[in-house]
Design a protein around this ligand. Sequence first.
Ligand SMILES: *Cc1c(COP(=O)(O)O)cnc(C)c1O
Length: 491
Amino acid sequence: MIFTETRGNDGTRDASVSFAAALLSPIASFGGIYSPAELNPIPDDFLTRHINSDYQAMSLALLRHLAIDIPLPVLQQALALYRRFDDDSDPAPVVKIDHNLFVSELYHGPTRAFKDMALQPFGLILSELAQRQNQQFLILTATSGDTGPAALETFRNRANIRVACLYPDGGTSDVQRLQMVTETADNLKVIGIHGNFDDAQSALKSLLASPTFKQRLQDLDISLSAANSVNFGRIIFQMLYQFHSYLSLVRQREIELGDEVVLHIPSGNFGNALGAYYARRLGLPVARIVIASNANNVLTEWIDSGRYDLSKRDLVATTSPAMDILKSSNVERVLFDLFGAARTRELMQGLDANGWYQLSAEEHDRIKAVFAADYCTDEESMAFIKQAFEQGYLLDPHTATCFKTCRSAAFAQQVNIIYSTAEWTKFAAVVDTAINGDRGHTDEAALASIAASAKIDVPAGIAALFEKPVMHPAVVEKQAIEDEILKFLES
Ligand SMILES: *Cc1c(COP(=O)(O)O)cnc(C)c1O
């Protein structure tokens, strides 16, 4: 598989690179990113042959079909990490909710959000590549709550990698914060900052631009890499579970091979949706990919009107914070795949300069042929959580947005699969309020309250977080971050 730059080549770097190169160094010319130059559809008999394959075997076959330059034993080790998920034979079980509605649960990994699906294998591969090249890497990440824990967990004690993770103090749930600040491995550093997620992100950007910081990294012989979803090393593990859920429904005799399904995806940075897009491009029978948003519904507008417009919007804080995003980085890869590098560069430069771009009518038609979209308010999302609970199913506020999209009349006759991105335990205060009314509970009390209402136990791994010692107490002002990270690198 060859990767090329979404905005064309500026002459200062390679116009096309291998998968491993794109993974180690994800940023391309003109502010673009690396994307597959082409995608070979799966052979006609691929699905038939893998009807009875488990997740790892099917995934390995798909990755080998994609021909990425990662040694086979490393891929096998990476995929074996899925055996540590709740059910060692199925990391992403599909649950039936209604006669034509299914939930593919992507949160059964160590940190209880879908980020583990990609970051678990990604962490092993990055560390293996770093060791083979005898290079030391620093992963810098700013998190709104799910990426941080998953990145820390995957890189803990991995050779040649250190991670510094910034989170907004007070901007995450208690469970998310505790997952980070109780990490014990020496190669991990967690820093709270005074401010919101945007402040954490902008602190990270100024750090990356700081000449003294770059010089120190050079002196220490440490390279930077990124673990966010512009890194294709993550995306590639987000185009496997759609095949798995499809084959699961065939095995459960809910569909027949060849039937089309509709995929519903709670979306923020568009990494999960992009994986679905590539799965469809590879030949999975997908009628439509439905993008679910919260009140930050720029993607709904884009798909409905062809206009991507940030100019009249401010970010709104919602009960689904992992989807509180206006500039969804991975949309660029869809533009590139459909319209090519020259047009992508033109559109993205328009967005950067003016805050908006408008697709032509013909381009918009091509988007609508693949995607549909809707958004769900916090009030609606709470009502869906309560309703699902009364029918015996617990869901989190991100997943709840898809309970709106799948009720659209357009999909009433279709088989609908919702991709569930987080366990209820990560957003207990919201879920408890939806089910039991707002009683001003802390997360710990909310977890107990939900467990009592549902007559289940709080999962042991979550309950244990509240007993662990805090290893990373630091909460600092933005200006102090550089010092904190340098102290960590020099220790
Ligand atoms: C990251 C995340 C999302 C958004 O996924 P994207 O790939 O950024 O679109 C949705 N829900 C949860 C719970 C997440 O952690």
